[in-house]
Design a protein around this ligand. Structure first.
Ligand SMILES: Cc1ncc(COP(=O)(O)O)c(C=O)c1O
Length: 455
């Protein structure tokens, strides 16, 4: 039985990963009792005028938005709907290359012409970071596209200068959508960076289930300006969201909103994080990533100066210390926190890291790889005949599918892009290091779907 299997996996294991309720009863108890449907007195998810509308108004007040729409299909539903609502088939769109696969899928579904923005890449961390406002300006001027989609904060907690980017986008008569799937807690405490909601973005999409104490699937689409048509949004949501209101998820969101509005839950959370960052300063080989404007709720434990990889650290934390982290990459292990994390949890993590650290030694030279920019040969949505090639035989062919590491779920290769030797080397570097590489059609690393050239 699934329940029995989940119990086996989670028993005694501390969750430094999403969902942000961290399995705490306070956030979960009783939700199942509210699993009703559109009975008399209940509301319509797609045209809310009663109890769902009231809850959404409470959320809009807390988050300071023009309006907030509850989602049960995660940020994925919000991203698909938001992009569909502000574009017309065949329009141009500018997206950051590190966007989640749902952004790429929205472009595919709507037949959009994509221009990529390449965020800065921090080689020591091994992750894309900020998008530059001047790159946004240039891309808008060169492509003429009016919709810009970026990710801020990133999975690792790095935020872009949304205020300047929003001004740039609006100066070019465009619309800015910010995928803040990882930022639902921003703006709720001055310990965290300001939220894109308050910095001029037009649409901000947040996965409440990732960093707030909510059930998986709970997310929000925030309308933050009057440049966006609410009717177009609702119409798109009618396509991408279930037609049956999943009340346990909606109640979970409303419970978090109501409690956060009524109680100061962020000061104790901030204190726990501060204590953790202070204690982590004693680590000799491992260290916590930080940058100027950074979400400290993400504990990015860097391994690049130590004789251990992020994947190995993740495995040891689980096997020896029963601590499950969110994800790993060659140079870091990422522990996700929320206000539901306990002092015991943080103490357990720092004790484990201290012990592991004391058995490590330094590394002279870390392998620093950056994802190579792939050449776009055909547009993302070019239709073409596909063939399946063994990975070893697909060098310089054109990809017929998305290939990405999951998590984080942003494509390393998109359909229509050249599979250069450098891209293959990068994929192999991640795969052999322990990353979970997924492909949308083939079966990486066995087979890759390639497009027949000129097909
Ligand atoms: C940056 C980013 N955007 C969007 C999503 C999709 O969020 P959800 O799982 O809530 O659909 C994710 C999921 O991990 C993500 O990392």
């Amino acid at each position: 039985m699934l329940e029995k299997n989940i119990k086996k996996i989670t028993d005694g294991v501390y969750p430094f990963h999403m969902p942000g309720h961290k399995r705490q009863k306070e956030w979960l108890d009783g939700l199942v009792n509210f699993d009703i449907t559109e009975i008399t007195g209940a509301d319509d998810l797609h045209a809310p005028s009663g109890i769902i509308k009231d809850a959404q108004i409470r959320a809009a007040k807390l988050f300071g938005t023009v309006s907030t729409i509850f989602l049960s299909g995660g940020s994925t539903a919000g991203i698909l709907s938001g992009i569909s609502a502000v574009t017309k088939r065949g329009d141009g769109i500018i997206i950051a290359r590190n966007c989640h696969k749902s952004v790429y899928n929205a472009c595919l579904i709507n037949g959009l012409k994509v221009t990529y923005l390449y965020p800065s890449f921090k080689a020591r961390l091994g992750a894309y970071c900020e998008v530059s406002p001047s790159d946004v300006d240039l891309a808008m001027k060169q492509s003429g596209a009016k919709t810009v989609v970026i990710t801020s904060p990133t999975y690792e907690g790095v935020v872009s200068d949304i205020k300047t980017i929003a001004k740039t986008v609006h100066k070019n008569s465009g619309i800015l959508i910010v995928d803040s799937a990882h930022g639902a807690h921003l703006g709720l405490s001055d310990y965290f960076p300001k939220s894109a909601r308050a910095l001029g973005a037009d649409i901000v999409i947040e996965s409440a289930h990732k960093t707030l104490p909510c059930l998986t699937g709970a997310a929000m689409l925030h309308v933050c300006s009057h440049r966006v048509s609410y009717a177009e949004l609702q119409s798109a949501l009618g396509i991408y969201e279930t037609s049956s209101p999943p009340y346990p998820i909606l109640c979970s969101l409303d419970r978090a909103v109501t409690k956060i509005a009524a109680e100061d839950l962020f000061t104790p959370y901030k204190k726990r994080l501060e204590a953790f960052y202070t204690a982590a300063k004693d680590l000799k080989h491992l260290y916590l990533f930080e940058s100027a404007d950074f979400d400290k709720g993400k504990l990015v434990i860097c391994t690049e100066r130590a004789n251990i990889t992020g994947f190995e650290l993740k495995r040891i934390l689980l096997e020896k210390y029963k601590i499950e982290t969110e994800m790993a990459m060659p140079n870091y292990t990422l522990a996700m926190t929320s206000l539901a994390d306990t002092s015991d949890g943080f103490n357990r993590l720092i004790s484990a890291l201290s012990e592991i650290d004391s058995n490590l030694s330094g590394k002279d030279k870390a392998a620093l790889f950056a994802p190579p920019e792939a050449e776009t040969v055909y547009s993302l949505n070019a239709d073409g005949e596909k063939q399946f090639f063994k990975t070893a035989d697909c060098k310089n062919c054109i990809s017929g599918e998305f290939i990405y590491a999951y998590p984080p779920g942003s494509p390393i290769l998109a359909p229509g892009e050249r599979i250069s030797p450098e891209v293959l080397e990068y994929l192999n570097y991640l795969y052999s290091g322990g990353a979970h590489i997924l492909s949308s059609l083939g079966n990486y690393p066995e087979y890759v779907a390639v497009l027949k050239e000129n097909s």
